[in-house]
Design a protein around this ligand. Structure first.
Ligand SMILES: Nc1ncnc2c1ncn2[C@@H]1O[C@H](COP(=O)(O)OP(=O)(O)OP(=O)(O)O)[C@@H](O)[C@H]1O
Ligand SMILES: [Mg+2]
Length: 585
């Protein structure tokens, strides 16, 4: 189920939870911040000494020590601020890395239907721009916000020590500064969400256009694509202007500072004239109030950024809250597959609230045998395979491997024993060897070569200049469709799985190459249970059993000759492809 974004309070709490493990670094950062502020406290007093004692009273001998003290304090403040910033930034970066890894782990558990409803590029923006907004909040607003809040309290206290009336005024001014951002907070979060949504849409569209460049150009559809892009850009523009305007409001109170400046002199004017207040004191007060301004301004920015992060994080947590498969480590128990017999019992599958795609499907795949699933396109063949692999969950019936119901063991356990080649296999950037071993360290080069040989991939791989070290582009760029399929087959058989599933795995090969691959695989099968899905029926006619599916139901099952005799659908399919019964000449 897709979740709606959590409330602001919940979002902030969840954002804070990611920072929690780094509390030591943050405590250090806060301490450094406090020290930096303490080092700054005497600065306006030194200014007062410069004005009253050095400039007006003419005690020139005080000039060098005052300057030296100012210099030391400046260096100290700078060093401590950098340290504090470094610690906050590091904690933020670590927290966001954990968040990003968390997002990816969640992505791996999402039901495949999620990827039908959301564009790839849009999902990717969760890792990029949404996570980036959270990072900014962690690094800029959070660290800066705490540092500024500390400064604020200290400065108000220092001002109050000098003159309690100014202290009260200083304390009263702070809420005035915060008023607009606070009133704006909902707009701010909404603006951010809208901006991130627009970014996501645009990312999704751009990815689609990049991936589909060839097809778009082949149909001279560039203008059509640009038109679609323009719509996305316009939405982005509107969101950006809205966000900018809302932000602008929050910064509108900068001018308050000049009024304060004037106010201080207005209040002190009489005292200065009477000689009860020194000019140095007035300047020191201006200094402290300027400092107040310096600290309150980043605080308003921090608040604004926090609202932004809340908007982006709402999207992220909405994504994380979309329910998925149970995590691998939560799988209840080990599945052992001594034989590899698969049994579908009255399995019904539906997507969302749609009709049943599989309807009471029952069949047994005997251990160590070759079983074929055939049927017209859309019959539910791939869905049956997806149910076995746990990508879709039957709402009725069950699937068992060697008598164990797979819903009890979880998909990760099943996938350990099932090698699969999908209709449209994905390869990844990296060498061909890596694409075959896929990070399983028990698969050495010898095994990689052996698998490639069985998949009839060895010939063309060894002819490549880099052999198994040849780098592949994204999704196997630069390989032919049949080459990609053969690498995918090698990848499926490399770990020597007990069960092998081939969904149109050889559809891009010519008939002869396909026959070679199938023959090599059955020679190497050695008791491996194999499910083959193929439209080309010549591929499957030697199967021990053929299960004929139509519109989600099993219409018949048997050997090629029997089915050719008695199953009209099967005979029609065969006749269309001019596949004869085995007995015919
Ligand atoms: N994730 C999904 N969400 C919604 N409908 C789906 C989904 N996957 C498959 N379907 C629908 O289920 C039906 C069966 O699809 P399936 O992919 O199992 O067919 P198939 O027999 O493998 O067809 P083909 O021979 O074309 O590969 C189709 O009508 C398809 O549109
Ligand atoms: Mg299919």
């Amino acid at each position: 189920m897709e979740a709606s974004p959590p409330s602001t309070a919940t979002t902030v709490r969840r954002l804070a939870a990611y920072l929690q493990p780094h509390w030591r670094a943050q405590a250090g950062a806060i301490a450094a911040s406090l020290l930096a502020v303490s080092a700054e406290i005497p600065v306006p007093l030194l200014t007062k000494a410069l004005v009253d004692d050095v400039a007006i009273a003419g005690k020139l001998e005080l000039l060098p020590p005052v300057l030296a003290a100012l210099g030391i304090l400046a260096v100290l403040t700078a060093a401590l601020s950098i340290l504090s910033r470094y610690l906050f930034t590091r904690a933020g970066a670590r927290a966001v890395n954990v968040l990003r890894a968390h997002l990816m782990r969640h992505l791996f558990r999402l039901p495949l239907t999620y990827f039908r409803r959301h564009r790839r590029g849009e999902i990717v923006t969760h890792f990029t721009s949404d996570a980036e907004a959270v990072l900014t909040a962690y690094q800029e607003s959070y660290g800066q916000g705490i540092a500024s809040a500390i400064q604020l309290v200290v400065v108000v206290a220092v001002i109050a020590i000098f003159d309690w009336r100014f202290g009260v005024a200083a304390a009263a001014i702070v809420p005035v500064y915060m008023l607009v951002p606070w009133m704006n907070r909902r707009h701010q979060a909404r603006a951010s969400r809208r901006m991130q949504d627009a970014t996501g849409q645009l990312g999704g569209l751009a990815t689609e256009l990049v991936a589909g460049t060839r097809d778009l150009r082949a149909f001279n559809a560039e203008a059509w694509s640009l038109q679609r892009l323009r719509l996305g850009l316009r939405a982005m523009l509107r969101a950006g202007v809205y966000q900018g305007t809302v932000r602008g409001w929050s910064y509108a109170l900068n001018a308050v500072f000049w009024l304060i400046h004037a106010g201080i002199f207005a209040v002190l004017a009489d005292g200065i004239f009477q000689g009860t207040v020194t000019i140095g004191f007035a300047l020191a007060m201006v200094g402290y109030f300027a400092w107040l301004d310096f600290s309150v301004f980043p605080l308003t920015i921090a608040y604004v950024e926090l609202q932004n992060a809340v908007g982006a994080a709402g999207r992220l947590f909405g994504f994380i809250d979309t329910s998925g498969e149970p995590a691998a480590d939560q799988a209840s128990s080990e599945l052992s597959v001594p034989r590899g017999e698969i049994e579908f019992r009255d399995v019904s599958v539906a997507f969302a609230s749609g009709p049943n795609v599989l309807q009471g499907v029952s069949f047994t795949v005997p251990a160590g045998k070759l079983t074929a699933l055939v049927g017209p396109t859309g019959a539910g063949k791939s869905t049956a395979v997806n149910a076995l692999l746990g990508f879709v969950r039957p709402h009725e019936g069950s699937i068992a491997i060697d008598g164990r119901d797979i819903s009890e063991t979880g998909p990760t356990q099943v996938r350990r024993h099932v090698g699969v080649v999908f209709q449209d296999p994905a390869l990844f950037t990296g060498s061909i060897g890596e694409n075959i071993s896929f990070g399983r360290d028990d698969i050495d080069l010898a095994r990689i070569k052996e698998s490639a040989r069985i998949a009839r991939a060895a010939e063309f791989i060894e002819e490549l200049p880099g052999g198994y070290e040849t780098s592949l582009g994204e999704r196997g760029l630069g390989l032919s469709g049949g080459q990609v399929q053969r690498i995918a087959i090698a990848r499926a058989i490399a770990p020597d799985p007990k069960i092998l599933v081939l969904d149109e795995a050889t559809s891009s090969l010519d008939a002869e190459a396909e026959r070679d691959v199938m023959a090599a695989m059955s020679a190497s099968m050695g008791g491996r249970t194999t499910i083959v899905i193929a439209h080309r029926l010549a591929t499957v006619r030697r199967a021990n059993e053929i299960v004929v599916l139509d519109a989600g139901r099993v219409v018949d099952r048997g050997r090629h000759d029997e089915l050719y005799e008695r199953c009209d659908l099967y005979r029609d399919l065969c006749d269309l492809q001019m596949v004869q019964p085995a007995a015919a000449p």
